[in-house]
Design a protein around this ligand. Structure first.
Ligand code: CTP
Length: 399
């Protein structure tokens, strides 16, 4: 049930707009409070009256109309809902969303919102596969817009192909699932580590690595979406912590070690995405090291292997590691699974284009102690994170 949830349905101008009536009606039957914003194109396919009759609460079409319910309506419409669903989402509206254009009420609302946005694209298959549309979808996915469909099938123009809007029942099911994740992770305590640790040389210098923290933050976000209580232990990054996640900032590997170990006994799952420095300077100078013109040698000593220590102390927790490799990926990864007593390892070859530290996308393989292996295609880090979370939920169910 969706009682207590407010959903804004954005309807744009494609033939699938008539299906918005069923979407609105289904949301209403689940007791959601539904508001609708229609573009001019949508109004040509289906009347606001039809949606008002079904949605009951309000239907908006014009940015400059007298406010119906709130003072600055596009801001109120952007802030009030718990979720915004654009269905159907035409190629044109997706392009405006990707470019940040706000030339009608719906696109203004979408630019003014920080709420979760779902989009159910609907368009002709050539338009869907056009590089412009695909690039827009990739940009929006990276910005956390969640896509439902499209699916393949008969199209209104008479052809067959990708671009049909998903069925209203499926769209509403995914909205419902977002609020009530069926996952085995619901209520579970999950620790995620992220970022690259910094090992101090002196007060102004440190050793670190190329980790951006994106993958770890995406895992924390996907875990929270599936109902887990998430503690994100993060080395310094430029990222904002996903909302609803408890952030524990750390700097060095030793700090991360302490932060993780003090929480480990109470945790159900630990996903160690952080790129932990294997070595640190033997001494961190109190004052800035001055140049002398001579060679400078910094002695490095090993850091604790946090994951290996967790593997030793494991008492029923699901332990997931990440491994960035530059050669012999699978061989090295399988060795890490055994050595660190892991339930699963996510391995990626950081030398591949589209994979690794600074990239927005990644190409990973999931590996298991029994030698099983699943290879994923290149996708955004949040998509990988959601698939990983589903895998971890399955591991919990099997236990
Ligand atoms: N890891 C850790 N503590 C360390 C080093 C690594 O917890 N001191 C964790 C990472 O968070 C990651 C996994 O171990 O989940 C694999 O990290 P990686 O650097 O690939 O493995 P190493 O054991 O350090 O092996 P190597 O650097 O030799 O490849």
């Amino acid at each position: 049930m969706l009682s207590g949830k407010t959903i804004l349905v954005g309807v744009t101008g494609g033939i699938a707009a008539y299906k918005a009536a069923e979407i609105v009606s289904r949301l209403k039957k689940l007791h959601a409070e539904v508001h609708v914003v229609m573009t001019d194109g949508a109004v040509r396919f289906i009347t606001p009256l039809a949606l008002r009759t079904l949605a009951a609460t309000s239907v908006h079409t014009d940015t400059f109309a007298e406010p119906k319910m709130w003072n600055v309506e596009h801001i109120a419409l952007a802030q009030r809902p718990d979720l915004i669903l654009v269905a159907p989402a035409t190629a044109n509206t997706l392009a405006k969303m990707a470019a940040g254009i706000a030339d009608n009420l719906l696109t203004s609302v979408l630019l003014a919102t920080d709420k979760p946005v779902f989009a159910a694209p609907a368009m002709n298959h050539v338009m869907y596969h056009h590089p412009a549309t695909q690039a827009n979808i990739a940009v929006l996915k990276e910005r956390r817009v969640r896509f439902i469909g499209p699916v393949s099938g008969f199209q209104a123009c008479g052809s067959e192909g990708d671009g049909r809007m998903s069925e209203p029942a499926e769209i509403v099911a995914q909205v419902r699932e977002y609020f009530q994740p069926p996952s085995a992770l619901n209520g579970k305590k999950v620790i995620v580590t992220a970022g690259g640790t910094q090992e101090s040389i002196d007060p102004v210098r440190f050793i670190t690595n190329r980790s951006s923290g994106r993958m770890g933050y995406a895992v924390a976000e996907a875990m929270r979406e599936s109902g887990a209580e998430v503690c994100l232990i993060s080395a310094p990054t430029h990222l904002q912590a996903p909302s609803g996640v408890e952030l524990t900032p750390v700097v060095s590997a030793q700090e991360m070690y302490q932060a993780v170990l003090s929480r480990y006994d109470r945790a159900d799952v630990l996903v160690k995405v952080a790129a932990v420095a294997d070595y640190r300077p033997a001494q961190s100078a109190d004052q800035k090291i001055k140049k002398t013109g001579d060679q400078l040698t910094i002695e490095l000593i090993p850091n604790p292997d946090i994951l290996a220590e967790l593997g030793k102390r494991k008492r029923g927790q699901i332990l997931v590691g990440f491994a960035a490799e530059t050669e012999r990926l699978i061989e090295h990864a399988m060795e890490k699974i055994r050595r660190k007593n892991l339930d699963m390892l996510v391995a990626n070859d950081v030398t591949k284009p589209g994979a690794g530290f600074e990239s927005l996308t990644n190409i990973v393989s999931f590996l298991y102690p029994d030698g099983q292996r699943k290879d994923l295609v290149q996708m955004s880090k949040i998509e990988i994170a959601r698939i990983l979370v589903r895998e971890i939920a399955e591991l919990i169910e099997k236990k």
